[in-house]
Design a protein around this ligand. Structure first.
Ligand SMILES: Nc1ncnc2c1ncn2[C@@H]1O[C@H](COP(=O)(O)OP(=O)(O)OP(=O)(O)O)[C@@H](O)[C@H]1O
Length: 238
């Protein structure tokens, strides 16, 4: 579904992503972990085509990531929700529905907004929403077109516990329907039981690409070991 080959991204004087390669298959939920500045957001933005790769190839369902065919087959949900201040929640949803030609969109949108406790706020302007509410709208907009691939950058930040739980349930439902989810996060316990596989980045490179179980085994197969323990161990400075 997603193929990343030899991806390298330089900002002026900074090599943010240094020659990374990986593939994601249909139905995968893969976590992208790493300390601050590791290159997670840059990787996701480059896959989404918002940043131009310095080198390397990214394909989505066999199509180059910047092509229209690829763009119609993924949703990118950014770290900071980017909404139009003077549009209401419902107008955002309608905009996405029209842009992606979503059939039966009103019914789907109502279900999504209800799941995120946003139905009663559908006529509010986005500038009147809290940070968490904006995040919920951003997630609903990403979910509405029902693409094959979801790129989530820190989706849980700012969400209340109920919305975090709902998001995890939605991830599972999407995966069961063969959708692919690539999710960066620092909230390790939020994905521990969700992602079978994690990529760990540090200083622009992938230092681990394994199942959570395998990573735990590397720490002695202790059943008390958490993903947080594993993360701190693999990312510690030598
Ligand atoms: N617009 C930019 N211009 C120059 N350097 C940048 C820019 N954006 C990010 N960087 C640098 O690229 C590197 C990777 O940043 P990135 O935001 O991808 O990391 P991250 O893993 O998402 O971090 P965080 O967990 O803090 O969100 C860092 O060294 C950062 O300082």
């Amino acid at each position: 579904m997603l193929k990343v080959k030899g991806l390298l991204k330089d900002y002026k004087n900074v090599r943010a992503v240094n020659d990374i390669s990986f593939d994601l298959e249909e139905g995968d939920i893969v976590g992208l972990l790493g300390p601050n500045g590791a290159g997670k957001s840059t990787t996701i933005k480059t896959i989404a085509g918002l940043l131009r790769a310095t080198y390397g190839d990214v394909t989505i369902n066999g199509h180059k990531n910047t092509s229209v065919d690829a763009k119609s087959n993924f949703s990118y949900i950014p770290e900071m929700p980017e909404l139009y201040e003077m549009l209401t929640v419902w107008e955002h949803i309608k905009f996405i529905a029209y842009a992606y030609k979503v059939s039966n969109w009103e019914e789907k949108a109502e279900k999504l907004l209800r799941r995120y406790d946003m139905w009663d706020r559908k006529d509010k302007l986005s500038k009147e929403l809290s940070k968490g509410m904006k995040q919920k709208v951003s997630i609903c907009c990403g979910l509405l077109p029902d693409p094959g691939l979801y790129l989530f950058d820190e989706p849980m930040i700012g969400l209340d516990p109920k919305a975090i739980r709902e998001t995890k349930i939605i991830f599972k439902e999407l995966s069961e329907r063969g959708k692919t989810i690539f999710v960066s996060t620092h909230l390790l316990d939020s994905i521990e039981n969700l992602c079978k596989r994690v990529l760990v980045m540090k200083s622009g490179t992938i230092i681990a690409d394994e199942s959570v179980d395998n990573l735990k085994k590397k720490l002695g197969n202790n059943t008390d070991v958490s993903l947080e323990d594993v993360f701190l161990e693999v990312t510690k400075d030598e």
